[in-house]
Design a protein around this ligand. Structure first.
Ligand SMILES: Cc1cc2nc3c(=O)[nH]c(=O)nc-3n(C[C@H](O)[C@H](O)[C@H](O)COP(=O)(O)OP(=O)(O)OC[C@H]3O[C@@H](n4cnc5c(N)ncnc54)[C@H](O)[C@@H]3O)c2cc1C
Length: 405
């Protein structure tokens, strides 16, 4: 019997995309079978569902299957723990990316009872990054999943408790203790909370994008630009400050950088726009939107072509760059805390020098924090700094005089 999970579905099926994303977020390996191009797939699906075409149909290593499962059913099937052992902790960390995991290692080593709650899988964005070449200590680079696994193991070694596939919906405080409410309806309490929920890079939503992230589609030029040294062309999507800054940065690696902008002008500041327009190795295509991304035909699974449409004429054309960098915005994962802690105008959390937010006992670190650099090494550093800030905060509570009634 195969020990790999097999997902049968079709590219147009939103439930199939959701299930694939859920497994991917948990970093569970699976084989994708598109039943529209794999006739044997149709047979398997029908055999499993009494002759019906129900997708996604997911076959597990033990031979059992689930048809059209919810994320909760999938979480149960792959054995994810979704309820914590205790109700009260010294520290609750929301977000199990590099920042949150680092804080947890520091805290647990100091004997603080620590719980991490993550809405997806542990490791955060680092866990889904193909390769990291700029993280100190790994001269040959390291796979994102491997690094994430190592950090998780280190946290486990010190007894950090971790929940996955559980979102935090709200944090409230009575001034002494915080109440953390999860989407599963559970409430956990702690004197200190760390928000390390990161930010989500906006995606185009175009067909094929999801499967090519990290395999030709990127969101960070500093991180992934050097992989393309010597290539002919890179495409940058977007026309704002980040897109142009990163586009200019990428020109040092390749012959040409093509900026693809939806609107009829670039929206970055004038200085940047002028610089881009004066750079001979940059071309700007206006009024173009991406309709799909396609993998190469050679089976490598790498980006082969981008189809863009002229929004004025309706005409489509294909671009064949070595890679594509998407800079169409960043959404901080702060929806659940809006109105509770102070945010900057981009929705990132404001903190003081000790990384404490405007809510007493609630700290923030990593990509979710205003002023963060959106780099792994910084997220880890902020995780360590937050741990020290939290320790000082808890010590200050312990030394408070007790008022006798
Ligand atoms: C494709 C890609 C490639 C990258 N490559 C590099 C690189 O080469 N070098 C580099 O330095 N940096 C790189 N980065 C950036 C780096 O990964 C991030 O800076 C780093 O992961 C930030 O860590 P974090 O812990 O702050 O947030 P994240 O890693 O984003 O982790 C946040 C976690 O919080 C969870 N979460 C969100 N909302 C909730 C909620 N409501 N309840 C519970 N949990 C929640 C998320 O599921 C996630 O696991 C890359 C990023 C991406 C996307």
């Amino acid at each position: 019997m195969d020990d790999i999970i097999k997902v049968y579905g079709a590219s147009w099926c939103p439930d199939c995309r959701r299930a694939k994303r859920f497994l991917g977020d948990q970093r569970v390996s699976f084989e994708w079978h598109d039943i529209e191009v794999d006739p044997d797939g149709v047979r398997v699906v029908q055999e499993r569902n009494n002759g019906n075409n129900i997708i996604p149909t997911i076959i597990f290593a033990d031979g059992s299957h689930l048809a059209e499962p919810s994320n909760e059913e999938l979480a149960e099937k792959i054995g994810l723990e979704r309820m914590a052992m205790l109700h009260v902790y010294d520290l609750i960390i929301i977000g199990g990316g590099p920042a949150g995991l680092t804080t947890s290692i520091y805290a647990a080593r100091e004997n603080l009872q620590t719980l991490i709650i993550d809405s997806k899988g542990l490791g955060g964005q680092a866990g889904v990054t193909e390769r990291l070449d700029n993280y100190p200590g790994f001269p040959d680079g390291i796979g994102g999943a491997e690094l994430a696994d190592r950090i998780v193991q280190q946290a486990q070694k010190y007894g950090v408790e971790m929940l996955q596939a559980v979102s935090v919906n709200a944090i409230t405080t009575d001034g002494e203790e915080c109440d953390v409410e999860t989407a599963t309806g559970d409430h956990y309490h702690a004197r200190a909370v760390l928000i390390a929920t990161g930010s989500t890079y906006r995606r185009t939503g175009a067909e094929g994008e999801e499967d090519l992230i990290g395999a030709g589609i990127h969101f960070c030029a500093t991180c992934d630009g050097p992989f393309y040294k010597g290539a002919k062309e890179l495409v940058v999507l977007g026309g704002g400050n980040s897109a142009l800054e990163e586009g200019l940065f990428l020109t040092q690696f390749v012959d040409k950088v093509t900026i693809v902008q939806r609107g009829d002008r670039l929206t970055a500041n004038k200085l940047l726009v002028d610089k881009v327009l004066m750079t001979s190795r940059m071309e700007v295509l206006y009024n173009r939107s991406v309709t799909s991304f396609r993998a190469k035909d050679d089976g490598s699974g790498k980006l082969g072509a981008i189809t863009i449409q002229n929004t004025e004429t309706g005409e489509t054309e294909e671009l064949h760059p070595a890679g594509c960098f998407v800079f169409i915005g960043l959404d901080p994962n702060t929806e659940f805390i809006k109105g509770q802690v102070d945010l900057d105008d981009r929705g990132l959390i404001l903190t003081d020098m000790g990384l404490q937010t405007s809510m007493p006992g609630v700290f923030a670190a990593g990509d979710v924090r205003s002023g963060s650099t959106k780099q792994l090494a910084s997220a880890v550093g902020e995780g360590a700094a937050a741990a020290i800030g939290i320790r000082m905060y808890l010590e200050s509570l312990d030394s408070k005089p007790v008022h006798m009634m």
